[in-house]
Design a protein around this ligand. Structure first.
Ligand code: SF4
Ligand code: SF4
Length: 386
């Protein structure tokens, strides 16, 4: 395992992001597999576990606590987040924080983040009526938080404004988690964010190193790219299966910087991929959609449809009830307000609906197959088949 040093903590550079745990067929977390994954991770030197209040509808924290229940607390680093980015009638930091400590069966968090400081949440975090930042600064003084930081899907200007606000008010932000991978290096301005954080002397934590799985055909190189970015201390991967854990651990076994040639290839690959829609699957948009559309799934299938040659995305659409298909979008735009990737969601869905309309329908394929099978059965009966 490759390690980094952050203020005396020896952090495994690969961290276990707990937002995509494996699921059972009824949609609940596969606790047994999570336990195995945590066991495998620890046996291979991974020592950092990152969860958040809303992951898996609040069940990620519980599942992680269960998987770590027999592990001495000093043997791992635990990270959790305050959900100030989510709409709430009240932002009671003490209530949430105490609940999180109980759920994780711990007296302190090693790393605690203000979750997604971005254009729509920055004012919540700064609002004196909720007292969010002063409360967590106080918890740090009390030793219940060892390191305080924030995550952000916001624009670089918003991150800078937040850092300046914290500086002016004497609130120390020690680290920041950003979306960083070789495609977002330019697509989401990640390079400018890295430069900003390095300028402010803030540790860089990486999320979405394989862009929500969309770089899954190039995982080792994608990891090796982020490992080489100056200032990066932690790379989080939201692993969903033991096999994925095994592959990722192997990539982090030894340092293996990209050669100049590999870097050039990667940048060319990034250019080619940028034509795709950069949805990370965060699901922030879903709560806002009055039609209840599974927007990230629709976008993932749109990307597949646009850049692959297979009919799979259209078959998937065929399997959906009509009110779940892209043409059910009414174009209200509510989802776009929540999208950290600034995706023009209604336009994407309209285009997907158009492509679907032109595609050969699954029902037609089935009918064709049924006719072929029938013909073959008849031919067999007649003794015409070899
Ligand atoms: S624009 Fe379409 S996808 Fe977005 S919230 Fe409205 S109905 Fe849902
Ligand atoms: S469309 Fe945007 S908000 Fe919705 S899941 Fe994708 S990245 Fe997240």
């Amino acid at each position: 395992m490759i390690y980094s040093d952050f203020k005396g903590d020896r952090l495994s550079m690969l961290g276990f992001g707990c937002m995509r745990f494996p699921l059972l067929s009824d949609g609940s977390i596969d606790q047994e597999q999570v336990n195995e994954m945590v066991k495998m991770a620890r046996a291979n030197g991974l020592n950092y576990f990152d969860t958040a209040y809303p992951y898996h509808g609040g069940r990620s924290e519980l599942a992680l606590a269960e998987a770590l229940k027999d592990v001495p607390r000093a043997e791992y680093f635990l990270a959790d987040k305050f959900p100030g980015h989510q709409t709430a009638s009240t932002y009671n930091p003490a209530e949430v924080f105490e609940h999180q400590l109980r759920k994780l069966r711990t007296g302190y968090f090693d790393y605690y983040l203000l979750h997604n400081v971005y254009e729509r949440s920055i004012d919540v975090y700064k609002d004196p009526q909720w007292d969010i930042i002063p409360y967590f600064v106080e918890q740090k003084k009390l030793g219940r938080i060892r390191h305080l930081g924030f995550s952000s899907h916001g624009r670089v200007e918003t991150m800078k404004a937040f850092l300046d606000y914290c500086k002016e008010n004497g609130y120390e932000m020690e680290f920041c988690q950003i979306q960083l991978n070789y495609v977002d290096w330019t697509l989401q301005d990640a390079k400018a964010k890295v430069d900003l954080l390095n300028e402010y002397g803030i540790g860089i934590w990486v999320m979405e190193p394989i862009k929500g799985g969309s770089l899954k055909d190039n995982v080792p190189k994608a990891f090796r790219f982020v490992e080489g970015v100056p200032g990066v201390k932690m790379i989080l991967s939201g692993m969903s299966a033991l096999s994925q854990m095994e592959e990722n651990l192997a990539t982090f076994e030894n340092p293996n910087p990209l050669s100049e040639e590999e870097m050039e290839e990667l940048m060319q690959d990034a250019e080619a991929r940028k034509a795709a829609i950069p949805c990370t699957g965060c699901r922030y948009c879903c709560d806002e959609c009055p039609m209840g559309l599974n927007i990230p799934m629709l976008i993932a299938n749109y990307n597949d449809a646009k850049f692959g040659n297979s009919s799979t995305p259209y078959q998937w659409l065929d399997s959906l009830p009509e009110e779940q298909r892209p043409d059910a979008c009414i174009g209200c735009g509510a989802c776009m307000q929540m999208c950290p990737q600034n995706i023009e969601i209604p336009d994407v869905l309209a285009h997907f609906a158009e492509l679907y309309e032109k595609s050969v329908k699954w029902d037609d394929i089935c009918r064709e197959r049924e006719l072929t099978a029938k013909r073959m059965r008849e031919e067999e009966k007649d003794g015409n088949l070899a």
